[in-house]
Design a protein around this ligand. Structure first.
Ligand SMILES: [Mn+2]
Length: 353
């Protein structure tokens, strides 16, 4: 049996964010087409404080063939089947075991001041010998750097030691909005970017209960956000390099031509340039044809002027050396771009001679 998993839709006032409803609707259209009749929503279906569930109830009514299995997240901890009324939804407000096609799923709703491991402790003896799948909402500690950038602090953590002890077959979590995988643990990510910080195409997941295979599927969203920052190293070829880099970034977006109009972009330049005006114009040209988020312009406010050719030579050489460091050091080291920026600021700082 195949079932679908999403999370973090953050539905709010439909007039304010119709794109969030459209993204969820698109998933439902795809599921109908593929004859998949189970959708798991791993928390934060609704935005904080939003309590008008009628638009979601309408979606449920229009998709009677789908069974919605929902856990509350930290943004919608109060939801229950008393609040949201539809025949085809189950909302798990306490830890619950549900079987799909002979596979045991444990749903853990988000709860404050507790971890997922603690909530599984009582089930340890019964799940230790079987194949089971965990559905939860919170942070994973144990090999992932990704954190929810809006929410500092720890949210219902799941630790590596919990996984080692309880050995789930697959883990699907909500909370991190960036699509993220780590071994057998998956964050589907938000089905529609909530703002300019949630970049790139969005996905939901299909899980095959017989093979265990997890397949990402694209959500056809109304908007796709992109954010690109360019660090300029002053030199004769700075504009040529910027052009090449801009083209490479656009290529990495992997955006189909028909989706060009969906892009909302934020572009900035930092570092040092001998011709800030040329940098701004180059960015305008290279990203011409894409819509800027909130009609912004390319932002060069962090780009400083470099008028000294001797320092430029030092900067170029230093940058080359830093770029040769390329590689994964396995720790919390800064990204090489940040190292380049720091080096440039030393080379060009006032009073250096
Ligand atoms: Mn959350």
């Amino acid at each position: 049996m195949k079932l679908a998993i999403t999370a973090d839709a953050h539905l709010s006032e439909k007039g304010d964010h119709p794109e969030r409803y459209s993204a969820l609707t698109d998933i439902l259209v795809q599921l109908k087409k593929d004859k998949i009749d189970t959708l798991i929503i791993a928390g934060d279906l609704f935005d904080s404080g939003y309590q008008d569930y009628s638009n979601f109830e309408e979606l449920c009514k229009a998709n009677q063939q789908i069974k919605f299995h929902i856990i509350p997240g930290n943004h919608d901890p109060g939801i229950s089947s008393k609040a949201i009324v539809a025949d085809n939804i189950s909302i798990y407000t306490s830890t619950a075991a549900v079987e799909f096609d002979g596979v045991h799923f444990i749903f853990i709703p988000y709860m404050e001041k507790t971890g997922m491991g603690e909530n599984l402790a009582g089930l340890e003896s019964s799940i230790s010998r079987i194949r089971w799948v965990l559905i939860g909402h919170g942070d994973f500690y144990g090999g992932l750097k990704e954190r929810n950038s809006y929410e500092v602090g720890t949210y219902m953590p799941l630790y590596r030691k919990d996984l080692d002890r309880l050995n789930p077959w697959r883990v699907f979590l909500g909370h991190i909005h960036k699509p993220t995988n780590y071994k057998n643990l998956y964050y589907p990510g938000s089905p529609c970017g909530l703002d300019i910080n949630e970049v790139g195409a969005r996905r939901y997941l299909i899980f095959d209960t017989s093979s265990g295979i997890v397949t990402p599927r694209n959500v056809n969203t109304e908007v796709i956000y992109f954010q690109e920052k360019f660090v300029i190293i002053p030199g004769n070829d700075e504009i040529l390099k910027l052009r090449m880099e801009a083209e490479a970034r656009i290529k990495e977006w992997n955006l189909a031509k028909k989706d060009t109009g969906k892009a909302r972009i934020r572009i900035s330049a930092a570092g040092y340039s001998s011709d800030r005006d040329a940098v701004l114009n180059t960015l305008r040209e290279e990203f011409n044809g894409y819509s800027f988020f909130k009609d912004e312009e390319p932002d060069i406010s962090a780009l400083k002027h470099a008028g000294d050719s001797r320092r430029s030579a030092i900067a170029e050489k230093t940058t080359r050396m830093i770029e040769e460091l390329e590689g994964n050091f396995g720790g919390d080291e800064p990204e090489l771009d940040r190292v380049v920026e720091a080096a440039l600021s030393v080379i060009y700082s006032e009073g250096t001679s």
